[in-house]
Design a protein around this ligand. Structure first.
Ligand SMILES: [Zn+2]
Length: 325
């Protein structure tokens, strides 16, 4: 019961405290990739902790054994001992509901999101192949449209799309910046990052961590792509390119160069560059790793201790039983 309580409390702490600490954090804007990692680590850790808390309530710890018959016997004895009392049965049922709700809801929403995005990308690619024309020099698909816009369709059959309006508006360096921005989205699989953040936000919309993470990750992903573009073309050139395509629209399945966060990103680019130092980045990465490791350590300790116990050394029915709760 203690392990389950610790895991649940840890998940609750992450879900309520992390959004207050990370939302709009200046350090994350100075190191967007670390900011993305921090949000992801907190989300995964909260999810795993909640699911493990449920499992810890439901399944008693049994000694791991190479002997399948002995292992099954130990499992049966441990389960029987736990569910013999009304309190144990109620705790086990509550744990099962929690674990199934967390894992089932996540899997359902993730599966739905992946299928929906694949379908939308496929349909949009079909349209692009009909109405767009390939520019083999730049490696992009050009659309005849007055609105300056650029976006990418990520995935295995990825496309970078740019309108004739953007080609007329952007000079050579600015165009390079926009294309570098889109390539960064594709190379670093920002689509997968965003899909995961959206999945958690839709699966658990009342959880502050997931609700806050979605727009924050979307903003940081754009900043990260801006940084890649700025490293190639310069910050002011990238800012000017962003301004030119800021109003451009993109399909739901795509990632645009502009978008609703363009104003704050332009402001960030024209300010002096102050990247986060290596020591602070290392400390942040270590913190994220610790956050991920906590649920495994919490559940690993009792499990390791239990593995030293022999529940049924001689196959006798009086063997000891303890639970991982
Ligand atoms: Zn973008």
């Amino acid at each position: 019961m203690i392990v389950a309580a610790v895991l649940f409390a840890y998940a609750a702490l992450l879900c309520t405290l992390v959004p207050r600490l990370l939302r709009g954090a200046r350090w994350a804007e100075r190191a967007p990739r670390l900011g993305i990692v921090a949000w992801q680590a907190a989300g995964v850790s909260a999810l795993v902790s909640a699911a493990m808390a449920g499992l810890a309530l439901t399944v008693p710890t049994v000694r791991v054994s190479a002997d399948l018959a002995q292992l099954l016997q130990a499992c049966v004895m441990a389960l029987t001992a736990q569910y013999a009392s009304p309190g144990g049965a109620a705790a086990g049922a509550a744990g099962a509901v929690l674990a199934l709700a967390v894992l089932g809801r996540t899997a359902w929403c993730a599966g739905g999101a992946v299928l929906r995005i694949r379908r939308e990308r496929y349909e949009h690619r079909e349209v692009l192949d009909l109405v767009g024309r390939v520019d083999p020099v730049r490696g992009v698909v050009v659309l005849d449209h007055e609105e300056p816009a650029a976006y990418c369709l990520p995935g295995r059959q990825r496309r970078t799309v740019i309108t004739t309006g953007a080609l007329r508006t952007l000079d050579g360096d600015q165009l390079d910046a926009v294309l570098a921005h889109e390539r960064a989205h594709q190379d670093e699989r920002h689509d997968a990052v965003l899909t995961w953040a959206r999945t958690l936000a839709r699966a658990f919309p009342s959880v502050p961590l997931f609700r806050t993470a979605e727009p924050e990750v979307a903003r940081l992903v754009e900043m990260r792509a801006d940084d890649v573009a700025a490293a190639r073309s310069g910050r002011l050139t990238t800012a000017a390119a962003l301004l030119a395509v800021a109003g451009g629209r993109a399909p739901v399945a795509g990632l645009a160069a502009g978008g609703s966060t363009a104003a704050c990103r332009v402001r960030r680019l024209i300010e002096p560059d102050r990247p986060l130092g290596r020591a602070r980045i290392a400390a942040g990465a270590l913190t994220a790793a610790v956050a991920l490791a906590v649920p495994l350590l919490v559940i690993g300790g009792p499990a390791a201790a239990a593995s030293q116990l022999n529940y049924c050394p001689d196959g006798t029915p009086t063997a000891q039983v303890s639970t991982m709760r």
